[in-house]
Design a protein around this ligand. Structure first.
Ligand SMILES: Cc1cc2nc3c(=O)[nH]c(=O)nc-3n(C[C@H](O)[C@H](O)[C@H](O)COP(=O)(O)OP(=O)(O)OC[C@H]3O[C@@H](n4cnc5c(N)ncnc54)[C@H](O)[C@@H]3O)c2cc1C
Length: 402
């Protein structure tokens, strides 16, 4: 007989792992059995918990997490206590435009909060989550396996795996990223376009202290961000046209550092590149629906955004909160967790907000990657006006904090 799980999550990236834990821990725990499936088995990395960290084990892929994401990770007891060496809170954000004198500065104190956000390495966060999943008897995890096909059965779905096994579940969740094979399998269309840009990421050493500030300069070809991590390092995210990304990743380190310094106007002094570079294609994507027969999409499987605002994962984690809350409520009321009513409620609670945020980031990208004189004048004037309007800036901060 097939093994049965209440919920099967396809994709054990950050959003899939957090969802699994949210279903069995904290305020949304609801005693369901969960299986996480991934084509790669996440590996634990013992050395990354030793502190202080060294540049050799520092991940060049980092996330800026907002307060809502931090609270969610606290709720499932994976956010480490104060003064952890692998979390880098920042208090300021400074943004300026290469096409004029416009700039805007956000300050945590001014907004009545301790921090604007937290920079955490992707590898470290995944490690916290995989360890926590390993402690949970209600969560199973299988790596090196993918979902090939499914069929509807009485009260659920039967899934056929690449390993030849079949399993049944009441709810299938796609947390399998932007290319989401499950989204395609269950027949949900997605709309979107490529930005024809790639984001180049790296860890760099800066001559001047980053001052616990997330810095971003908008250049006509795309934004360049310096995110503050352990002093004297910053993590950079530089969005550039595809060919330029190729070139930036293949040139010698010293030459890359010279390009970076010029693009960043040497705001943080001399730059030394201290780790490998990587690049990621950028596209906007939105699924037409978040739910189908006993299945739901979350995070990048449902929507992807330009990284200029550092919000992609934060939006995905809001999906996770919403879906786990709907499932907990349904379980408490004895409702079918894979039923239409529950899934529609989840979709209604997230889709509008995701569209709005995605549209805003896309508008910002178009506005700033444009060197028309009139537009440059308007956006620089706009930046300077908003910079003087503290209540408006605080409203932006509250939105960005989730
Ligand atoms: C350069 C860059 C910087 C960013 N910075 C930020 C930031 O600062 N803050 C922020 O909030 N967001 C940021 N984002 C967005 C963020 O990276 C994504 O939103 C987030 O990683 C999505 O997580 P996910 O779990 O939904 O998907 P993924 O991380 O893509 O995970 C999908 C999982 O599904 C598995 N999978 C895929 N296909 C299959 C298959 N066929 N079979 C089995 N398993 C499969 C994969 O192995 C993987 O484990 C950034 C994005 C980029 C590109």
């Amino acid at each position: 007989m097939d093994k049965q799980y209440d919920i099967i999550i396809h994709g054990a990236g950050i959003s899939g792992l957090v969802l699994a834990l949210s279903l069995v821990r904290g305020s949304t725990s609801c005693k369901v059995s969960v299986l996480l499936l991934d084509r790669n088995m996440p590996k634990l990395q013992p050395q990354i918990h030793e502190s202080p960290c060294s540049v050799n084990d520092f991940d060049n892929r980092v996330f800026a997490l907002n307060e809502a994401s931090k609270k969610l990770l606290e709720n499932i007891v994976v956010w480490p206590g104060k003064d952890n060496d692998r979390i880098f809170p920042y208090k300021h954000m400074h943004v300026w435009d290469a096409g004029g004198k416009g700039q805007i500065h956000f300050d945590a104190l001014e907004a009545g909060t301790a921090f604007l956000g937290y920079i955490v390495e992707g590898r470290v966060m995944r490690d916290w989550l995989v360890r926590a999943v390993g402690e949970e008897p209600m969560i199973d995890m299988r790596g090196d396996v993918a979902l090939n096909q499914y069929e509807t059965v009485d009260g659920g779905l039967r899934l056929h795996l690449s390993s030849g096994d079949s399993l049944t579940t009441r709810l299938l969740v796609a947390a399998d990223g932007a290319q989401s094979p499950v989204r395609q399998l269950v027949g949900i269309d997605a709309v979107g376009w490529s930005y024809h840009q790639q984001a180049v990421v790296a860890i760099v050493e800066t001559g001047i202290h980053h001052a616990d500030t997330a810095w971003q300069r908008f250049l006509p070809e795309g934004p360049l961000a310096f995110l503050p991590v352990q002093q004297p390092w910053c993590s950079i995210v530089w969005s550039v046209p595809e060919q330029q990304a190729e070139h930036l990743c293949s040139m010698p380190e010293q030459e890359f550092a010279e390009h970076l310094m010029a693009a960043f106007q040497r705001r943080l002094g001399r730059i030394k590149v201290v780790g490998p570079r990587a690049k990621f294609p950028l596209k906007l994507l939105h699924a037409r629906r978040y739910t189908a027969n006993r299945s739901a999409l979350i995070a990048d499987a449902a929507h992807t955004v330009h990284p200029l605002a550092g919000q992609g994962l934060n939006l995905g984690l809001l999906d996770v909160s919403a879906l786990s809350r709907r499932i907990a409520e349904a379980t408490a009321k004895g409702q079918d967790i894979g039923g239409r009513r529950v899934l529609r409620a989840y979709e209604r609670s997230r889709k509008g907000n995701n569209y709005l945020m995605q549209g805003s980031f896309d508008l910002l990208e178009r506005l700033f990657s444009n060197d028309q004189l009139v537009l440059a004048y308007l956006r620089n004037t706009g930046l300077n006006i908003v910079n003087g309007l503290v209540p408006v800036k605080n409203a932006f901060v509250r939105e960005a904090m989730g």
